[in-house]
Design a protein around this ligand. Sequence first.
Ligand SMILES: [Zn+2]
Length: 188
Amino acid sequence: MNALYSWLQDAVNVADLNDYLYWFELADIRNGGENLDRIYATLNDAIDLHAFAQAHQITIEVKTSPNVDLHAQYDPNNHIIWINTVWLEKYQPFIGDTDALNLHLAHEIYHVIEENGTWYDGLKYKIRHAISEVSALYFSQKQTNLPFHPKLVEYAIGLEEEKYSKDDLVSYLRERTKDYEIYRNTKK
Ligand SMILES: [Zn+2]
């Protein structure tokens, strides 16, 4: 990851990029910026993920799924969080075994925590869903102390798998951070 991170820092403002990646999912919903601020303000406490799972009688299963696109899933009926080994293996070279597992686990644990009620429960489904996913991602970043948005790992994997070139990625991300400027200006 450091290899990606160092040149990416030269190419774009990574702090803005992180913020942008979270904001993007909320860009189309009402009060997107305010909702993001609220997420940032509330999800910073570290918890023991494995102890939490145990206390809530949740089984963690690590297995290969026939659906390769699926990273992980929480099954509330059977109290199982399963994580797809395919993605653990893809993440491992960039953030290591432990963080690869904990990043996925934290995301799903957030969905368990949500069951106790959230500040966005009363909102419309589309908005609720968007806030839920951004919250889960942000929570997973915080729980693993990752200095960047988890999606940056996906970008690194895409480069590794030669789905695009470094130049393509940089110009794509530069375009995106321009969109972010628009958002930032509306906040002033
Ligand atoms: Zn999710």
